[in-house]
Ligand binder design. Structure first.
Ligand SMILES: Cc1cc2nc3c(=O)[nH]c(=O)nc-3n(C[C@H](O)[C@H](O)[C@H](O)COP(=O)(O)OP(=O)(O)OC[C@H]3O[C@@H](n4cnc5c(N)ncnc54)[C@H](O)[C@@H]3O)c2cc1C
Length: 517
């Protein structure tokens, strides 16, 4: 069955989030010709709005998702080894309020996949059981779980009227999934060169179909290069929460595949919370039994998340007042001395999980596993990706390649299981030279991001290349300087810079609750 060269024609991947980028990389390793296409910017979807954990998913054990937890832990340990500059170990503490609670409801969820979270929180027996399994499935890349000593517990700041002990275990943190996507795109370029394939990427694209041909055109106002036509060997729809919209855009009939739930996060630099937390995160339960994370993250704390059914446009999802209050209340019930208030929240963000469409029921019980869905009768081999996590993007990509290549008459030749993933390259860092005002980023990095990393708008630069969206000193002056760089490269009219900055400041306020002056 195997052919010498991979010469079936271009494989189109729709969606340049973490999964689309991982799939494109895995395909280029086979020597394929790959076109990665995004309706907007790379990593502009759910990938940028997650809890940023590379984790086994302790909670999934309750729902008997044993193989998902095993796979996630294998991938976690692999990423710690192969992408160590992007993913680092993170110690997490689970506070415990009683011994036996959760045994019955946990068994209900394990065997019946239903049942509410225990009213009194999960007890130490249930937690210990879960953590022991977690240790067993992992490969020893991080220390095993342990119980905090009584003095460590006393110094932890955890609510001692609610909890009597706590367990510590390790997972991992991917500080910037946005940059992980960039790294994978750069590695896909490298793999294409090594394996004699081809890789290209187009962002801000509209796609339409006529028979077996796809037509791509730019939707960026400053870039109109006409349409390009491609007759793909296969199309992989990795559009995350937009999977159904992408199918509609291709005019391919399908039952609804995605039933998203939204999750919000808060970012605070409240000194009392950051100091109390120190280098460890906390994984605890809110009043309704839903698990929440309070994580050290960059120079701040990241608090999340919620899980609410969501049918709107994922690009419009924002943290509601209720969600913000819920996360603040949960934090204060775990760390009562901290007294977190609305004023302490610097910004927030909200993402939509691309989960499988299911009927009514608890959102927590919806599987977090991924599915590669074939569309029989489509005009070309077509596959949609349902679900998935940051953590399993690489193994998902392997599954996609295993599904697609045999359909195209090829064997799978290689995989990325042992392939290192270096951080994204932004050009040489100059020892001296101009810096962006207020945030001190070298101006040549901006130029490099525009010229080589497909940045075309202020949002691309601020949110997904330079990560200035999280910088406390991001200012209008800085945004104007970025606008001038975009203008010099032809992506923004000089006369429009001030107006664009105004629009963007309004977006930061609406989407992130971030004030920029
Ligand atoms: C609140 C929350 C917390 C989470 N926390 C974690 C966590 O801690 N750890 C973890 O492992 N996972 C976590 N996840 C899950 C994880 O973030 C997602 O599963 C993952 O980011 C999905 O990536 P994706 O590439 O499939 O989708 P996306 O990142 O949404 O990418 C889809 C891309 O498709 C593009 N697109 C849309 N329509 C089209 C079209 N018609 N044509 C072409 N492109 C199109 C979009 O612009 C977007 O760039 C979390 C998710 C949420 C919501």
């Amino acid at each position: 069955m195997a052919m010498d060269r991979f010469n079936v024609g271009p494989i189109v991947v729709l969606g340049a989030g973490i999964n689309g980028a991982a799939i494109a990389r895995e395909l280029t390793l086979q020597g394929a010709e790959v076109l990665l296409v995004d309706a907007e910017d790379l990593a502009g979807g759910t990938t940028s709005y997650s809890s940023r954990l590379i984790h086994g998913g302790l909670r999934y054990l309750e729902y008997a998702e044993i193989s998902l937890v095993r796979e996630s832990l294998t991938e976690r340990d692999r990423l710690l080894r192969l992408a160590g500059e992007l993913v680092h170990p993170l110690e997490l503490v689970i506070p415990v309020g009683n011994r036996f609670s959760g045994l019955i409801s946990g068994a209900q969820r394990f065997f019946l996949k239903s049942g509410a979270a225990p009213k009194d929180g999960r007890g130490s027996l249930v937690i210990r059981l879960g953590l022991s399994l977690y240790d067993r499935f992992a490969s020893g890349a991080v220390p095993n779980h342990r119980r905090l000593t009584s003095s460590q517990f006393a110094e932890s700041g955890l609510n001692s009227s609610k909890f009597f002990t706590a367990f510590s275990y390790f997972d991992a943190q991917l500080t910037f999934p946005e940059q992980f996507v960039l790294a994978m795109v750069q590695d896909a370029q490298a793999a294409a060169k090594e394996e004699g394939g081809a890789f290209s990427m187009r962002t801000y694209q509209h796609v339409r179909r006529e028979a077996e041909t796809l037509f791509f055109s730019s939707i960026h106002p400053n870039h109109d290069s006409g349409e390009i036509a491609i007759t793909p060997a296969a199309v992989i729809n990795a559009a995350g929460p937009w999977v159904d919209t992408a199918l509609a855009g291709l005019n391919v009939p399908s039952a609804r595949l995605i039933g998203g739930t939204k999750g919000s996060h808060l970012i605070t630099r409240a000194p009392d919370l950051c100091k109390t937390l120190g280098p460890r995160g906390v994984y605890a339960e809110a009043a309704d039994g839903r698990p929440i994370f309070i994580l050290p993250w960059n120079d701040a704390c990241l608090i999340g998340t919620t899980d609410i059914r969501y049918d709107g446009d994922p690009a419009e999802a924002v943290a509601s007042n209720e969600e913000i209050d819920y996360l603040i209340d949960a934090t204060n019930s775990i760390f009562p001395e901290v007294g977190l208030t609305r004023e302490d929240i610097q910004q927030h963000y909200c993402g939509v999980r691309p989960l499988p469409a299911v009927g009514e029921g608890s959102t927590s019980s919806i599987t977090r596993s991924h599915v590669v869905h074939r569309h029989p009768g489509a005009p070309f081999p077509l596959y949609s990706i349902i679900g998935g996590k940051l953590t399993t993007c690489r193994s998902l990509a392997e599954d996609v390649v295993k599904a697609v290549l045999p359909d195209l008459g090829h064997d799978v030749a290689r995989n990325s299981r042992e392939r290192p993933l270096p951080p994204p390259y932004f050009g040489e860092t100059p020892l001296e030279g101009p810096l962006l005002p207020d945030v001190n980023v070298p101006v040549p990095h901006v130029a490099y991001a525009i010229e080589h990393l497909a940045a075309k708008t202020l949002a691309d630069l601020v949110e997904r290349r330079l990560m200035l969206v999280f910088h406390p000193d991001l200012s209008r002056v800085c945004l104007r300087a970025l606008g001038e760089q975009l203008s010099a490269a032809g992506w923004l009219d000089a006369a429009q810079i001030d107006q664009e900055v105004d629009h963007y400041v309004a977006r930061l306020q609406k989407r992130y609750g971030k004030r920029v002056s």
